[in-house]
Write a protein that binds this ligand. Sequence first.
Ligand code: SF4
Ligand code: SF4
Length: 187
Amino acid sequence: MMDLDLVPGRGCGECTACCTVMAVDKPDFQKEAGVACRHCASGCAIYDNRPGLCRDYYCAWRHLPILDDTWRPDRCGVFAEFEAVDDLTGISLVLIGNPLKTIRQPWFIEFVTTGVLGDVPLLLGIPGPRGRQGASLLLNTRQMRDAANTSRGHVKALLEKELRRLQAHDFPKRMFVHSGANFGVAD
Ligand code: SF4
Ligand code: SF4
């Protein structure tokens, strides 16, 4: 989608969010969303032999200097990923901590306001229950632009409304195409 360098000097540290948050359905690696990979223990236990997906993957925080150090996913409760929106590259903001607390934070409201006014496609997402798909919606609506042009309070109120919409979503069951290499933690 886009060829971006990593932010110099920035590392994952103790964060392992992507090893838990994402659902993976690859021939050599399957895992439900929200379930820690069984190889995730103080880093990757099979680092030298990890699947290709893991070798190539970095979240948006590793790529974007505009997301400062406080945006590390495990610290801020937002897992940011690039996502295609029509022909553009957008940013998906998946709420992996306390969603209501996160969207009320001034830094989050500021980022959404700036992004929407700058026409950067932004998606707000929440993970689904185990075994289900998550839900997301586009924040670049006329209503959100009007709110961003009015006040941070209006943006906050609209974010809360959008979060309620997401939480009322009928999370469909996730169907996996591949099998035989389940990296999820066994029950
Ligand atoms: S979510 Fe981002 S910062 Fe965290 S481990 Fe994955 S790539 Fe690194
Ligand atoms: S195999 Fe991949 S998902 Fe599992 S712990 Fe290693 S890097 Fe994370």
